[in-house]
Design a protein around this ligand. Structure first.
Ligand SMILES: Cc1ncc(COP(=O)(O)O)c(C=O)c1O
Length: 386
């Protein structure tokens, strides 16, 4: 995107590079479908619920992956047919749960209350359902463990016997059929090794029970398209290699739920310097955006940043602390060393701002930043100020 264009939109804002978005959506879906004769990709709505984005993904053949009644309604409003929705998570409402299954959505059971709700489905038809498997990362792949977060509260545990209890309960219901296992689990590393062990663990459990799956949903958690990360193709090759150890690849439909992998790199966050102060041996630069807009959990340091100067030359200064617009003292975006002095009107463009930014940005002291779409040399606003 040309630097000149970053001077024009109202700040703070996100700018979606449509070419980059198309490229990553296509790259992911193509990688999976080239290795799996039957594969579907469902965009994780929680990663970025912008209707413009959901519509683009739908137009490119994606399903929507939702985890609450609200997200289910949003996907419907964005034009997804009910049978093009993957419905996960503990926050399903009873009504949307039954509605989704009755209309062919891919529903993965997460809670015992949902198992109870199955009795209310129309008994004259057989309804396929999925079940989420509980995965302890340390147990299946110690190299990928993340300590505190390794024990998951999601899914039904094979080790505790709850998975078998759910499968047995489904087996007792002639109008319900167990069709797929859902495996989503974010690992710290997002490594291919983790997906290999995850799939091996799940398919091994099924083999031990004499079950041949028709579908497997490996969830999301894949890296986005950045150098030094596995490519989408490499992830697909890993998944395919494991499946072929257990069953012919054309007997299984692969379902994926990418979020970060397909939306992260196409969003840039643009913010503008509004003031500069000098004290304590540093320049304190205040911008009209916040660290919350690009790093709501305050743990990222992998943004690449472009300075869009408002004009002229500026002296190089030793230390600049760039602070956000909120009244949080720790709202600091970055520290610059030996860079040209920032002045009011200069802009900062931070890349890779598409995943878990819009969703995790609270309404703290101000409304959300605007969103623009960049296509064919033009910027168009695709969100309203609220
Ligand atoms: C069930 C499920 N699927 C998919 C995703 C998407 O993960 P990511 O954005 O890392 O690809 C998540 C994220 O937490 C999830 O909980």
């Amino acid at each position: 995107m040309k630097t000149q264009l970053l001077r024009t939109p109202e700040t703070p804002c996100y700018v979606i590079d449509e070419a980059a978005l198309t490229c990553s959506l296509r790259s992911f879906a193509t990688a999976m479908s080239e290795l799996f004769p039957h594969s579907v990709a469902a965009l994780s709505v929680k990663t970025n619920p912008l209707p413009h984005l959901l519509t683009r993904a739908r137009e490119m053949g994606y399903l929507a992956e939702v985890v609450s009644a609200d997200e289910y309604e949003l996907a419907l409003r964005c034009g997804f047919a009910k049978n093009r929705i993957v419905y996960n998570g503990p926050l399903k409402s009873r009504d949307t749960f039954l509605d989704a299954i009755e209309h062919g959505a891919l529903v993965n059971l997460e809670t015992f209350r949902e198992v109870g709700w199955l009795a209310s489905l129309d008994h004259r038809r057989v309804h396929p359902v999925g079940v989420r498997l509980n995965v302890n990362v340390s147990a299946i792949s110690p190299d990928d463990q993340n300590h505190d977060e390794d024990m998951s509260r999601f899914g039904f545990s094979a080790e505790s016997g709850e998975l078998d209890a759910v499968l047995a309960a489904i087996g007792e219901m002639p109008h319900v059929r167990f069709e797929r296992l859902h495996l989503h689990r974010n690992s710290r590393t997002r490594s291919r090794r983790f997906y290999e062990r995850l799939l091996d663990y799940a398919l091994g459990l099924m083999q031990a029970r004499g079950i041949t799956l028709r579908q497997i949903d490996v969830g999301g958690g894949f890296h986005s398209m950045l150098p030094a990360h596995p490519t989408h193709r490499q992830y697909a090759e890993t998944l395919a290699r494991v499946v072929t150890r257990y069953q012919p690849i054309d007997t299984l439909t692969l379902i994926t739920e990418p979020g970060n992998a397909v939306v992260n790199t196409s969003f840039t966050f643009v913010t503008q310097v509004i003031d500069v102060k000098h004290h304590d041996g540093a320049c304190f630069v205040t911008v009209d955006g916040s660290r919350i807009d690009v790093d709501p959990l305050f743990r990222r340091n992998d943004h690449t940043m472009r300075i869009v100067s408002s004009g002229g030359t500026a002296p190089v200064v030793e230390r600049q602390i760039v602070g956000g617009c909120t009244c949080l003292e720790f709202d600091r975006l970055m520290e610059l060393r030996h860079q040209p002095a920032l002045r009011p009107g200069d802009r900062l463009a931070l890349s890779h701002a598409g995943a878990y930014t819009l969703t995790l940005t609270p309404l703290f002291t101000r409304h959300w930043p605007a969103v623009y779409s960049y296509y064919n040399g033009q910027l168009t606003r695709v969100s309203n100020r609220y």
